[in-house]
Design a protein around this ligand. Sequence first.
Ligand code: IMP
Length: 430
Amino acid sequence: MANVVVVGAQWGDEGKGKIVDWLSERADVIARFQGGHNAGHTLVIGGEVYKLHALPSGVVRGGKLSVIGNGVVLDPWHLIQEIETIRAQGVEITPQTLMIAENTPLIMPFHGELDRAREGQNSVAKIGTTGRGIGPAYEDKVGRRVIRVADLADDATLELRVDRALVHHNALRAGLGLEAVNRDALLAELRRVAPEILAYAGPVWKVLNEQRKAGRRILFEGAQGALLDIDFGTYPYVTSSNTIAGQAATGTGIGPGSIDFVLGIVKAYTTRVGEGPFPTELDDADGQRLGERGHEFGTTTGRKRRCGWFDAVLVRQTCAVSGVSGIALTKLDVLDGFEELKICTGYDLDGEMLDYLPTAADLQARVTPVYETLPGWQASTAGARSWADLPAEAIKYVRRVEELIQCPVALLSTSPERDDTILVTDPFAD
Ligand code: IMP
């Protein structure tokens, strides 16, 4: 049976939520493997809108197991709140339908405070984060002082873990002019949420391996996008986890050989939230139009997204790094009505042509995009369900994207509605 990893191939917000939902109908298990509630996945099912941040998209589909893997950083207070909100929309969430890896690091309130204090400090430190404490929690994981889900089960261990974290954090907080953390109040809060979180805790690595052996289909749901990857993204303007497909294995505890298909989600143009380089960014009426037509406002923070033309150089690079088998191209309809469309096919660096984005920050800031111009189309592509529904110029645009990124289109999404999807290759096919 095929197991599929879904990852963003740009700067996040490519429309993963809908595609994951579409695929999750045919999956048995849906697993998150990185990131946290910095993510925002909007699902529209039968007119009902679900906004998910920490929960895997599979929770809204009955009869599936949703999994939060160890690669995620989890804010227990946020999760409880999100479960309540989704339950209020009529979705059943029980320990039979949701499992959290026991080795998942927890985001503490002081992580969020640190994140926001740093962001507010000065422009040198600013990344444009979501302020959810994601970075500080990952720092503590690697620093071997994070509190993990399993630590909630034993009070003596929990106290020890809290003390270990606070030695570090209280020193940092003093330097930032923040009050020391109230240890007893934090412990009381952790004891309060512990039973609810522990009700879902389990050995995810074991369950996933058993499910795989039993022939069940597993869908690994990535958050953010490859250009926000901590190693391969536009560092330091990135998130703090590996967002590329390889992380599905280490972020849940399955072997890399268990991944059969990597689906890269690619928006038909480019957007990014927060600071950092963006070679094809448009500050003109075209950029404005993309933002308005594409409703480009962040699901998590409500921030306006920066918009620009499709950058084939970047997507070719991220498809390579993630080992993408096929892409899902989304939001093609946002391009409807443009006279002409531009695609970036290379970079000019002081007269030299580059076919990839260099790593050094000064070079990233200096590259200028080289564009190819394609004719636009006036007819609507919104809601198209077959190639025959698309204008010839739109098909030409899609084919040129495939050629330039050296990766085929497996799915084409033409509206937020799940059925408005053209299937070319089934990622779950054996
Ligand atoms: P953090 O993940 O909150 O640390 O933010 C780091 C960077 O990643 C910032 O530029 C955020 O805007 C960006 N980011 C984090 N999560 C998402 C997402 O789900 N979509 C798009 N950008 C994101």
